[in-house]
Write a protein that binds this ligand. Structure first.
Ligand SMILES: [Zn+2]
Length: 69
């Protein structure tokens, strides 16, 4: 089972390689994660970069957590 973010406005989704819990954490603490991203020189995990990029691209849109097999 893979978990990811889906934008209900754009009908697109990403499935970074991580757990549902981590994805939930990132979405709920987006402002914290953005801070960390700004102050770390390439130290973020790739799933976090991928997730952040998606959330940034779809700011103000309806993002839901989805799962696929
Ligand atoms: Zn969107």
């Amino acid at each position: 089972m893979q978990h990811g973010y889906k934008c209900e406005d754009c009908e697109t989704a990403v499935f970074p390689t991580t757990t549902r819990t981590e994805l939930q954490w990132l979405r709920n603490r987006l402002h914290v994660a953005r801070e960390v991203a700004q102050h770390s020189s390439g130290g973020l995990d790739s799933w976090m970069m991928e997730g952040l990029e998606f959330l940034n691209d779809h700011q103000g849109h309806a993002i839901v957590l989805v799962a696929r097999r």
